[in-house]
Design a protein around this ligand. Structure first.
Ligand code: SAH
Length: 468
C-alpha cells in the first residue's frame, strides 16, 4: 500500500463537480477529488493533497481565496458546518444539470449502455421544507466556534441539533432548519428549551450518560404531526411532565411517542415505542390512497416528490389489468399499493419484517385485496420456486438500496423474463452495473432522473426496460 503523502498546492481552481458530491481539481496533469461542504466550481483555493491513488488524488481545502462568481448566497446560517443542504450556494438549475450529468456519466459515458437519451430531470417543486422526517440529537458536547474555543467564559455546551459531519460526538445547535415545514422548528425549540430550563442532562455520546437523547419529528401532507423522543432513563415523572407540557403547547400534534433507550447506540429498531397521545402513526395520502406511517416505518422523505416518482414509475410500467406485477424492495408497500388497482395482482418483497406488516396494513385500509407481501433477503426469497408459486411476473418494479441488486437477483429476473422492468435507483453507478447485465435480454426505453433532495448531490433515476 502506498503511504499517504501530504502536500500543499498553493493555488488551484475548482474545475467542476464530480460524483458523490465531490468537486474536481485538475492541476499539472493530476486529477484531485475534493470533498467539503462549502466548495463550488470556479472557487480559487489552497489545497492539502492527502492520498495518492493510481489515477487520482484526494484533497481538502485549507483556504478559499475567492469564491466563484456563479455562486449564490446560502439561505441558511448553518451553511458550511452542517452536513445538510450542501449545495445551497449553487443555483437550483445548476444543481439539476449536475444531477442529470451524474446519471448520464454513469449510464452512458462510463456504463456505455445503449440509451437513446437521458430525459430531462424532474426538479422538486419545493426546494425548501421538503422533508417529512428529521432527527435531532441531544448532546453535552456542542460544536464550538473558534471564538468560543478561545474565549475564557464558561460556556454551556448542551446542544440539540445535527451531528457535525464526521463527528459522532459533536452536535451543531440549530436555530432554524429549512428542511422540514412548520411546526418542526418550534417543536425542536420547545424540547431544547424545556431541557435547558429544567436542568435535564443532555446525552454524553462518549461515556454514555445523560437523559435526553434524540428527537424525531415526522409530518405529512395531510397535516398530521408525529413526535418521538428517546430518553436514556425510564424516569416516568419527568417524561410525563415534559410530554404533557408539549401536548398542551402544540394542540395540532396527532402522535406523541417515546422510547427508553439504555443501549450504547441510537438505533430504535430493536426497541418498543410507547404512544402517549393520539395514534401511534401518521397518515400520508396519494390519489385517495392512505399510507399509515408508524414510528419505525420507512416512507420516502420528500412526500410530494415521491408522488411524482411513483407516477413516472407507473407510467413506465404500462401495467394492464391482466398483469402480475412484482414490486421488489417494496419497503412499506407504497409502490405495490399505488399500482395495485391497475394490475391483476402485485407481489411485494422486502427485507424488514415490520415494513412488510405495514405494507399489509396499507393494503387493508385501502381495501386492496390483490397484493401479497413477503419478508426476507431478496437473494433468498426471490427464487425460481417462489416465482413458480406466486405467478410469472409480467412486470417487475425494482427499487433496491444504494448497493443495487445482487447478481443472483438479476439472474433470477433474467430467467423470469417479464415483458417490462422498471428500475428505480438512488445510485446510478450500481444501477448502470445492473442494467448492463439486464441488457442481455432487455432494451432500455426510458431514462428519467428525478430530484428528491434539493441542495444535496443525491439523485433518483427511473429506467424503463422492455424484453427484446
Ligand atoms: N420502494 C420503497 C422503498 C425502497 S428503499 C418506497 O418507495 O417506499 C429500499 C428497500 O430495500 C428498503 O426498504 C430496504 O429495507 C430494502 N432492502 C435492502 N436490502 C434488501 C435485501 N437484501 N432484500 C430485501 N430488501 C432489501
Amino acid at each position: 500500500m502506498k503511504k499517504n503523502k501530504n502536500r500543499v498546492i498553493e493555488r488551484a481552481v475548482i474545475h467542476d463537480f464530480a460524483a458523490e458530491g465531490k468537486c474536481i481539481v485538475k492541476h499539472e496533469g493530476e486529477v484531485i477529488f475534493v470533498a467539503g461542504s462549502n466548495v463550488a466550481p470556479g472557487d480559487e483555493v489552497k489545497l492539502l493533497v492527502s492520498k495518492k491513488k493510481k489515477n487520482y488524488s484526494e484533497g481538502r481545502i485549507l483556504e478559499t481565496y475567492s469564491y466563484s462568481p456563479d455562486r449564490i448566497e446560502a439561505f441558511c446560517s448553518h451553511f458550511g458546518v452542517c452536513g445538510g443542504c450542501k449545495w445551497q450556494h449553487v443555483p437550483y438549475d445548476r444543481q439539476l444539470q449536475q444531477k442529470w450529468q451524474q446519471v448520464n456519466d454513469q449510464l452512458v459515458r462510463i456504463g456505455k449502455l445503449p440509451i437513446g437519451e437521458v430525459w430531462p430531470i424532474l426538479g422538486s417543486a419545493k426546494t425548501q421544507f421538503y422533508r417529512n422526517k428529521l432527527e435531532f440529537t441531544f448532546s453535552n458536547s456542542r460544536w464550538l466556534t473558534n471564538a468560543e474555543i478561545q474565549s475564557e467564559d464558561d460556556i454551556n455546551k448542551n446542544s440539540l441539533g445535527f451531528h457535525v459531519p464526521g463527528r459522532f460526538d459533536k452536535v451543531l445547535p440549530i436555530d432554524k432548519c429549512y428542511l422540514q415545514g412548520d411546526p418542526s422548528n418550534a417543536i425542536r425549540d420547545f424540547f431544547g428549551e424545556y431541557a435547558h430550563s429544567h436542568g435535564l442532562s443532555f446525552y454524553d455520546h462518549v461515556i454514555h450518560e445523560g437523559f435526553m437523547r434524540n428527537l424525531m419529528i415526522r409530518t405529512s401532507t395531510t397535516g398530521d404531526v408525529m413526535v418521538v423522543v428517546q430518553f436514556a432513563q425510564n424516569n416516568q415523572e419527568v417524561i410525563k411532565d415534559i410530554l404533557d407540557k408539549f401536548i398542551e403547547t402544540f394542540p395540532q400534534i396527532t402522535s406523541v411517542n417515546y422510547f427508553i433507550n439504555t443501549k450504547r447506540n441510537d438505533t430504535y429498531f430493536d426497541l418498543e415505542p410507547v404512544c402517549v397521545y393520539g395514534t401511534p402513526y401518521i397518515t400520508e395520502e396519494m390519489e385517495g390512497l392512505k399510507f399509515r406511517i408508524g414510528v419505525k416505518s420507512f416512507y420516502q422523505t420528500n412526500s410530494e416528490q415521491a408522488y411524482e416518482l411513483y407516477k413516472i414509475t407507473r407510467d413506465f410500467a404500462k401495467i394492464t389489468d391482466n398483469d402480475v406485477v412484482y414490486d421488489l424492495y417494496t419497503g412499506t408497500g407504497t409502490i405495490a399499493n399505488f399500482v395495485a388497482r391497475q394490475a391483476k395482482k402485485v407481489v411485494g418483497v422486502e427485507y424488514i419484517e415490520e415494513a412488510i406488516e405495514d405494507a399489509k396494513v396499507n393494503s387493508e385500509i385501502n381495501n386492496i385485496s390483490n397484493t401479497s407481501f413477503f419478508a426476507g433477503d431478496m437473494t433468498k426469497v426471490l427464487t425460481d420456486a417462489f416465482i413458480e408459486k406466486n405467478g410469472q411476473p409480467d412486470v417487475i418494479i425494482t427499487d433496491p438500496p444504494r448497493a443495487g441488486m445482487s447478481k443472483e437477483v438479476v439472474d433470477t429476473i433474467l430467467r423470469a423474463a417479464p415483458k417490462r422492468i422498471v428500475y428505480v435507483s438512488c445510485n446510478p453507478a450500481t444501477q448502470a452495473r445492473d442494467l448492463s447485465l439486464l441488457s442481455e435480454k432487455y432494451k432500455i426505453t426510458e431514462v428519467k432522473p428525478v430530484d428528491m433532495f434539493p441542495h444535496t448531490h443525491h439523485v433518483e433515476n427511473v429506467v424503463g426496460l422492455e424484453l427484446k
